[in-house]
Design a protein around this ligand. Structure first.
Ligand code: SF4
Length: 280
């Protein structure tokens, strides 16, 4: 298959997936968002086609059952990775939707996860492993900015500089500690301890980025309208008037975006003949 044929196939699969998700979830993307998403997939393929063409096993499910939390609850760790075997070496890739800067700024976290997957793959399944890496599917901020401006030379420069593949060496000695960390989180969830982070955390930049936790994480969080820390953050950033608060509540989209969203979703709704009659 030529690259062009592969890209045509990607477009076809993308359309099918979008249609299926829209029908299943009742939400469709606006035309702009859809084009943006498709372009991201195509750029991602062009950048990583060498790795994609060598993948030996895709979506390999790794499971570590029968673990115990510090409070004695049982839990299982599961992960999904891709494996590439090439020239006598085995690579394990963990695909993440965060951008590369975020991943580089939070290497500890990703290293811990990969260590557990490497442990399952090597020690429990007896498979060879030489390298582990994270693949970031999101654009770096600089590339996103260049795409938004439409400046072709800037786009080309940023595409060349984009490094979605981030090698992270694995260390088996930290595995036990990481499993205990997972167990603590399980205990917190099961114990219904859902305390949001303190205001101080919301006002701090996320390591590896210039964005604050509040702008990068909270503004994409569905729970923000009922979150005490986010409310505190909003009130601490200016006046306490209703109009000030409304600004944050309205940060979902502007009028044009909202209209496009409604139109796209009307198109995604089931045809009227498939809606059952309501009995009188
Ligand atoms: S808004 Fe969401 S992400 Fe932000 S602190 Fe609250 S719960 Fe956490």
């Amino acid at each position: 298959m030529t690259d062009q044929e592969i890209e045509e196939k990607i477009k076809e699969f993308f359309e099918e997936n979008h249609e299926m998700l829209a029908m299943e979830g009742g939400h469709a993307l606006t035309a702009d968002s859809k084009e943006y998403a498709l372009n991201q997939v195509l750029y991602y393929f062009r950048k990583l086609k060498d790795v994609a063409s060598k993948v030996t096993s895709t979506e390999v499910k790794l499971t570590l059952p029968d673990q115990k939390t510090p409070k004695g609850r049982e839990f299982t760790i599961e992960g999904v990775v891709d494996i590439v075997k090439e020239e006598g070496e085995t690579w394990m890739y963990d695909i993440k939707t965060h951008d590369p800067d975020y991943i580089r700024g939070n290497m500890d976290f990703y290293e811990k996860q990969l260590n557990v997957y490497a442990h399952i793959w090597q020690e429990l399944r007896g498979n060879p492993l030489d390298h582990t890496a994270v693949i970031s599917t999101a654009y770096p901020v600089t590339l996103r900015n260049a795409l938004n401006t439409g400046n072709l030379s800037a786009i080309e420069r940023e595409l060349a500089a984009w490094q979605p593949l981030i090698p992270i060496p694995f260390k088996q000695q930290n595995v036990k500690e990481t499993i205990t960390d997972f167990g603590r989180v399980v205990d917190q969830i099961e114990g219904k301890e859902f305390e949001p982070p303190k205001l101080k955390v919301l006002k701090e930049p996320i390591p590896g980025t210039k964005s604050l936790f509040a702008t990068r994480v909270c503004r994409n969080c569905d729970a923000r309208f009922s979150c005490s820390s986010y409310r505190e953050y909003v009130l601490s950033t200016g006046g306490r008037s209703a109009s000030h608060f409304k600004k944050y509540l309205n940060q979902i989209a502007d009028d044009v975006e909202q209209e496009e969203f409604i139109n796209a979703n009307l198109q995604a709704s089931p045809p009227p003949e498939s809606i059952p009659e309501i009995a009188e």
